[in-house]
Design a protein around this ligand. Structure first.
Ligand code: AMP
Ligand code: MG
Length: 498
């Protein structure tokens, strides 16, 4: 297998990261694979990126997204970064199995990285083989696209190919490559890498690049770096509150898995919870629940602290003054998050007006859900239907709860609160249905899709992706997918599967 260098280009690459000095990356071509086969292509995303989907499914297109051919204009590279993994400092990580082909501008002139995940060895592979296996690639495809459809900022999946090669893990598994799209792959860990080396010049270059790319208007301000920190705090707070609003648990919120763009990145052992329990953890490697559902906000704050520490000299030349400013900003996270989370809960409850007891009302419902092991997604979806049927039966909602008295009391308080709203019942119902999804990538279904795919049957995977692309719509033919797992279908643990 040799790498083909291509002259014709169907991608209009417009690369900016490679213009940074060489310490930011290693120029790295993907390693060709034996027998690439396209298993999934995201037509809508390809069109958004102005890449002809018909070209992508052609032999030449498939060769490009499997790393066997370099398109003209592509300047492949692997990025260097560091990070705190489960709180432990690792001075050098980097793209150990990912190669960025380049950047393109989409239909709206928005810049995106195109990256192949699973593209072979790089100088940052450490003990790894540079490859990815089919299961985790499909997992990331399903969940990242589901997150997008749920209106949650995220990296996306443009395509998935199998490589025709075997990847050795605990067992031999089929190899695969995901084409990942991100508004950038710059992580808190990218800053940490240079800060730990006391390379202030690079930290500043990186910060300027990030501001140019993601933080419009900040450059002109008196100290753009303070605003960068402020804005990142806001973006991450908003992101995490959206995660919580759909029951999402990332699972590996290491600082190298947290972006400067504010997009969710690195779908490893992540999962959506079925029944509500604030302490839920799925990841097999998260033994102490560091990244449990209800720890995610505090971990975000901790990660933001790491970011602040890595740009301290940019905040103020005087270290003490700089620490003081950074600390104050980081301390604001709790209030910002509290507001964001309250606002997510308000929407889930159909509330447009703002009352101080709204958080309490929402939290009480969550407590009842926890006590009775109620399905998080179905509870809010069913509540949405109650909002315009004041006098009708509360059956579908009530039946989820064992403690009827408690839930009826709660419903009565909720209805009292609705009296303070200006919008009508009908409007509230459609608002709630647009905030409370019916369809989420439930773990047992994700596992089913992967299991079938490993037997070369992609029908279920394709159907599941289609269902998840309209999560707020009623889909009468797909009602089965609303159901939480039966006791024998419950997935208790998820794995990195790298
Ligand atoms: P992740 O857990 O996917 O965020 O990865 C953490 C680090 O391990 C990153 O630097 C990855 O590039 C690296 N890594 C994960 N899997 C592999 C692999 N199969 N080969 C080489 N590096 C890997
Ligand atoms: Mg990672």
């Amino acid at each position: 297998m040799s790498l083909i260098l291509n002259q014709s280009s169907h991608f209009s690459f417009n690369n900016s990261y490679i213009k940074l000095p060489s310490q930011f990356y290693y120029r790295q071509n993907p390693t060709p694979v034996r027998k690439p086969n396209l298993i999934k292509l995201n037509y809508r995303l390809a069109e958004q990126l102005k890449i002809d989907p018909n070209f992508l499914r052609s032999q030449e297109g498939i060769e490009i997204i499997s790393g066997n051919r370099i398109a003209s204009g592509s300047d492949p590279l692997s990025m260097v970064y560091a990070g705190h993994q489960f709180g432990t400092w690792v001075p050098q990580l980097g793209d150990g199995r990912a190669v960025m082909l380049g950047e393109v501008l989409d239909k709206n002139n928005k810049r995106y990285d195109i990256q192949l995940k699973g593209a072979g060895l790089t100088p940052f592979s450490r003990m790894g083989d540079g490859r990815a296996c089919l299961g985790p690639v499909l997992r990331e495809y399903i969940i990242s696209e589901a997150m997008f459809a749920l209106n949650i900022p995220t990296t996306r999946a443009l395509a998935a190919v199998t490589t025709g090669e075997i990847v050795q893990r605990e067992e031999n598994l089929p190899g695969a490559i995901l084409t990942r799209i991100a508004s950038s792959h710059i992580r808190i860990g990218t800053f940490q890498y240079f800060a730990a080396k006391d390379d202030l010049k690079s930290v500043k270059q990186l910060a300027d690049h990030v501001i140019d790319r993601h933080y419009n208007g900040v450059k002109e301000l008196e100290n753009p770096y303070i605003y960068l920190l402020k804005e990142l705090i806001k973006r991450q707070s908003s992101l995490i509150s959206k995660w919580l609003g759909v029951g999402f648990i990332h699972g590996v919120m290491n600082t190298d898995n947290m972006t400067l763009s504010g997009e969710t990145i690195d779908y490893g052992p992540c999962a959506f919870m079925d029944n509500y329990n604030a302490n839920t953890v799925y990841s097999s490697i998260d033994q102490f629940g560091r990244y449990a559902y209800n720890n995610q906000a505090q971990i975000t704050k901790w990660n933001l602290g790491c970011f602040a520490a890595s740009i301290l000299p940019l905040i103020n030349k005087d270290t003490e003054a700089s620490i003081k400013i950074a600390k104050e900003l980081i301390e604001e996270f709790d209030d910002i998050f509290n507001e964001d989370w309250t606002s997510v809960l308000r929407s889930k409850l159909g509330l447009k007006e703002e009352y101080s007891k709204d958080l309490d009302l929402g939290s009480r419902l969550l407590q009842l859900m926890e006590k009775d092991s109620v399905d998080f997604t179905n509870a809010f979806r069913n509540l949405s239907f109650l909002s315009d049927e004041k006098n009708k039966s509360d059956k579908n909602f009530n039946k989820l709860f064992a403690d009827k008295l408690a839930i009826n009391n709660w419903l009565s308080d909720w209805r009292d609160r609705l009296n303070n709203e200006k919008i009508g019942n009908k409007e509230r119902k459609s608002f709630m249905l647009s905030c409370n999804p019916a369809y989420i990538p439930r773990n047992h279904r994700v596992e089913e899709a992967i299991k079938n795919a490993l037997n070369e049957d992609y029908d279920f995977f394709n159907k599941f992706c289609e269902i998840l692309s309209h999560p707020f719509e009623e889909q009468p033919l797909n009602k089965d997918y609303l159901n939480p797992p039966l006791p024998n279908e419950v997935v208790l643990q998820t794995f990195c599967g790298t």
